[in-house]
Design a protein around this ligand. Sequence first.
Ligand SMILES: N[C@@H](CCC[C@H](N)C(=O)O)C(=O)O
Length: 283
Amino acid sequence: MSTTEFFHKYHGLGNDFIVLDRRQTGVDVDAQTAQWLCDRRLGIGADGVLSLLPSETGMARMVVHNSDGSIAEMCGNGLRCAVKYLVDNSGEKPERIDVETGAGLLACVPGYGADGVAQVEISMGPARLVEPNLPSGATQRPFLDEPVPGHAGLRGHAISMGNPHLVLLDQPLETASRLGPVLERHPDFPERTNVEFVRVDADGLTVVVWERGCGLTQACGTGACAAAVAAVLAKRRPAEDWSRVRLPGGDLFIWVATDLSDIRLRGPAAFVFTGVVPDAPGR
Ligand SMILES: N[C@@H](CCC[C@H](N)C(=O)O)C(=O)O
């Protein structure tokens, strides 16, 4: 006998997610189910599934599945959506909540509007330059403004926000759909990578992201953070100041500590609809 489970659809600047509140059972979805739920023709449709699981240190532990079923260590837009779900359904208006993620326990400060949480500022933790999921994992040497092996003329910064990013500064944004899928699977990134195509503007950045496990998205929070970190390291944007990051779905605001020990992300989160999780085909 199948039991009724509700899903909750949210988005952050058009980067959309299915939230499953599994704090009672503690059971995550499997890769195949996540892939099917995200399918825009055969399932509910989303860029990812956010499973909210019990946590001893935070209000929940968030596990992120990309639309291809793979697990991501972290998701900035997804975390803002998870915070909106958790707070709006708590009956309280806390000044801050903590959520456990693959990038650590992260502090989230909700901003309230007429319909509950309207935006969230997250302390995303440090940007990491030497990590097992980056090229630096093999060399123990940061990969910053280096030629991308096998791609003449391309230079990149490899930055982890928990999840891996290859940031290409001054790379024409329209090359994202052609180069993104190839670079996502670059052999120097052992766990594949997200890829940011970045234009540096006078007052901020314009970014298109090819996301690992989902392709082009309307916005990517960790991608915006990685792009801002690369721009600070390249001395193209100031540290310790808010930068506007323009994405296809709208704007995020990013703050980078000089020593990269704290990166902050601010942006909106919106509720779309709730429904009953359908039975999987063939069940
Ligand atoms: N859209 C997200 C990132 C989601 C995970 C990413 N595709 C990965 O595999 O690392 C964000 O807003 O950060």
